[in-house]
Design a protein around this ligand. Structure first.
Ligand code: PNS
Length: 161
């Protein structure tokens, strides 16, 4: 069985993330979508909220399991018998960061491969950070995130104002 994990902060999940999930789950027998803490980022949503939002959007994808984890991604992969790490690549700006992480993960776990999936053209500019910035200032994020996520985003930002 070929299993993969698509890790990320998903704070919150965007249509770009969902595009990568839908396309990559067709390439593997099983795809884990795993919410990790990113040490460099202060999250808006709790891990539980993020897992719940992703789960709602993935309910029609039978080979996708949504979960969360702490610690090293390669440890999560090893424990779950995962052979492949899936990463989405948007612009050249992602490349340096992703390339370094892929090499570090290879150093830590030589038996695990990183596979990069190119973003679809319409999501080239899309990131959770930009979505939050647009939403904070009252901009429309309708075509950027699923409707359920948009509602949660708006209510979270209104609550914290
Ligand atoms: O969506 P993000 O914030 O770009 O995702 C980054 C993430 C969560 C995939 C990365 O920070 C990660 O893999 N975290 C787990 C800890 C780990 O394994 N760090 C070493 C990476 S070389």
């Amino acid at each position: 069985m070929l299993a993969a994990v698509y890790p990320g902060s998903f704070d919150p999940i965007t249509n770009g993330h969902l595009d990568i999930i839908k396309r990559s789950c067709r390439c593997f027998d099983k795809l884990y979508v795993a919410v990790f803490e990113n040490q460099a980022k202060e999250p808006l949503f709790t891990v539980e909220e993020r897992v719940s939002m992703i789960s709602e959007e993935c309910q029609d994808l039978p080979n996708v399991e949504v979960t969360s984890s702490r610690g090293l991604l390669v440890d999560f992969a090893r424990v779950n018998g995962i052979q492949v790490l899936v990463k989405g690549l948007r612009a050249v700006s992602d490349f340096d960061y992703e390339f370094k992480m892929a090499l570090m993960n290879k150093k830590l776990a030589p038996e695990i491969e990183t596979v990069f999936m190119m973003t679809s053209l319409q999501y080239l500019y899309l990131s959770s950070s930009l979505v939050k910035e647009v939403a904070v200032y009252g901009g429309c994020v309708k075509s950027l995130v699923p409707p359920r996520v948009e509602r949660k985003l708006v209510s979270k930002l209104h609550k914290s104002v």
